[in-house]
Design a protein around this ligand. Structure first.
Ligand code: R5P
Length: 294
């Protein structure tokens, strides 16, 4: 197998290839003077299985198109199987028509990924809130992995929070809170959230009290940081001791980390599905483990 990384995940592809002692595929990527993308596969892939790793974040349209171009080219050059790893899968939040006439972006993106020639697809902590069965939108085999055990181990080893209450800041985060809590053999609670706008959310606690407890807040994405900040403020008001935060995809809009730290959070960690200053945990072992099985 050859491991290719698109321009958003090249460093991650290097780690995965090294971990498995596999060849890292080489690409020539540049732009024509008119802005169009040029892509050339430098390896002979005829009859080979290939893995393509490409997170789709920050400039999702460009990175998605690059993924499609790469997969279609690999197939055209005779690759026998393309396994797509899309650690951060953009457009997953628009999986429903919230207002009449809206695009079902999640469905459209899935259709494109499949049509390009992806034989099998993996995502990591994908934001599938309403479309729970991926077979509703994809015919190819697809799997959603979780980075929560890796994140929970990392935070645990820092020794900042001890036997923490794991908190999911909204109902959808229950799936991640449950995984992290089970991994750490501790308990969890989930808050309720109402989104008031792109930057504003209202978060309400449900049952557990944080009084006297260390806390680990977990979520799939930190974007503006509003969700985590509001949850951390409530937990601090309830009398929490020390608060740590772990998220899979640190999208991090400007000012997000400052806001979270000002709310009393001592440590914020994320993974390298989205490279950032808090991307301390690599998902390379998670991807490598799947490649071994393909
Ligand atoms: C939403 O349901 C997600 O799970 C995250 O909670 C959300 O994307 C975080 O966004 P922000 O950091 O802007 O509050």
């Amino acid at each position: 197998m050859i491991v290719f990384g698109g321009s958003s995940s090249d460093a991650l592809a290097v780690k995965v290839a090294e971990e498995l002692h596999l060849k890292k595929g080489e690409l020539e990527l540049r732009r024509f003077p008119d802005g169009e993308k040029y892509l050339r596969v430098m390896d002979d892939v005829k009859g080979q299985k290939v893995a393509v790793i490409q997170s789709i974040h920050h400039t999702p349209d460009e990175l998605l198109f690059e993924y499609l171009l790469l997969v279609d080219t690999l197939k055209d050059l005779g690759a026998s199987k393309v396994t797509g790893f899309i650690p951060y899968f953009a457009y997953a939040r628009q999986d429903e028509r919230f207002k009449p006439g809206e695009a079902l972006s999640f469905k459209t993106v899935c259709k494109l990924i499949e049509t390009a020639g992806t034989d099998e697809m993996y995502t990591i902590d994908s934001h599938r809130h309403r479309v729970l069965k991926s077979s509703e939108v994809l015919k190819i085999p697809n799997y959603n992995l979780s980075a929560m055990p890796l994140l929970a181990d990392y935070v645990n080893n820092l020794g900042i929070v001890k036997e923490p209450l794991v908190v999911g800041p909204d109902a959808e985060a229950e799936q991640w809170a449950k995984i992290a809590a089970e991994h750490l053999k501790t308990d969890y609670d989930v808050f309720e959230k109402k989104r008031l706008g792109d930057y504003r959310v209202e978060v309400r606690p449900r049952k557990a009290s944080a009084k006297g407890r260390d806390i680990l807040i977990v979520d799939d994405i930190i974007s503006t940081g509003g969700t985590i900040t509001e949850a951390a403020k409530i937990l601090a008001d309830q009398g929490a001791k020390r608060i740590a935060v772990a998220c899979t995809h640190p999208i991090l809009a400007t000012g997000a980390l400052d806001k979270i730290r000002e709310a009393g959070v001592e440590v914020v960690v994320g993974t390298d599905t989205v490279p950032s200053e808090i991307s301390k945990v690599s998902v390379a072992p998670l991807i490598a483990q799947q490649i071994k099985g393909t």
